[in-house]
Design a protein around this ligand. Structure first.
Ligand SMILES: C[S@@+](CC[C@H](N)C(=O)[O-])C[C@H]1O[C@@H](n2cnc3c(N)ncnc32)[C@H](O)[C@@H]1O
Length: 220
């Protein structure tokens, strides 16, 4: 899979690309990530990409032309172009599973007051990572890329994500590691029993209980 991220702030991605699972996935060539500064597509002398809004109002609006030129430069017949926007469809684990099937994703990060409305004619979908407003689309693009990359074959073990929260409409089961007792808090006996059938049963029941308790809405 290839992910192209269009941004005005490429440096924000330095840490994201150079640590942990994402770094290893890139090294193993399981994913290619390109950070593209769409300011390079400005046709203005000062490389301007934003301007004041028609009709007045506060803040600066990203101009449609450099963004569309950048999208069209990288877009192929296999591309899915996604606009990051608080007004988009809310991102979920289900979306991550759907997007991992794509060959090429282009993520468009806004900033300032957002985009010239006409950009919407040039993208395939709009995604929000939640009902709050961030400074820019950079963090959302990292959230989305990260959640997709860890689902790609060879990145992490399949067993690791198949029982995770939001798979099968359930939250994950409780996990423990050493010590067996901490300030009077004990690891459940069943996990020390070595009886894998009983452990599986306990985990499934805990998943159901936890979901019922914390996220009833997931139980369908
Ligand atoms: C300050 S926001 C613009 C908000 C816009 N004026 C509005 O009220 O809908 C700047 C940019 O950050 C990104 N952004 C902010 N919050 C986001 C969210 N919850 N999900 C995805 N992108 C977001 C978008 O790319 C957006 O264009």
């Amino acid at each position: 899979m290839r992910i192209d991220i269009l941004t005005l702030f490429p440096k924000m991605f330095d840490g994201f690309l150079s640590e942990s699972i994402v770094k290893r996935a890139i090294e193993k060539k399981l994913v290619e990530i390109n950070i593209i500064n769409f300011r390079d597509f400005s046709k203005m002398n000062n490389q301007q990409v934003d301007d004041t809004p028609y009709g007045g109002g506060s803040g600066m609006v990203l101009m449609v032309e450099p963004l569309v030129d950048a999208i069209e430069h990288y877009k192929t017949k296999d591309s899915k172009v996604i606009l990051l926007c608080p007004q988009g469809k809310t991102y979920t684990q289900e979306c991550a599973y759907r997007l991992r099937e794509e060959k090429h994703i282009i993520l468009v990060c806004g900033h300032y007051e957002g985009f010239d409305e006409r950009i919407r004619e040039f993208v395939d979908e709009e995604i929000s990572i939640g009902d709050y407003v961030l400074t820019g689309g950079e963090l959302p693009s990292m959230v989305i890329s990260d959640s997709i990359i860890r689902l790609l074959d060879g990145v992490i073990k399949k067993e690791s994500y198949l029982e995770e929260s939001f798979t099968n409409h359930l939250l994950d089961y409780p996990t423990y590691t050493r010590p067996q007792e901490f300030r009077g808090l004990k690891v459940p006996e069943v996990l020390l029993s070595g009886n894998h059938e009983e452990i599986d049963k306990w985990r499934k029941e805990e998943q159901r209980k936890k979901t019922q308790e914390k996220r009833k809405d997931l139980l369908k």
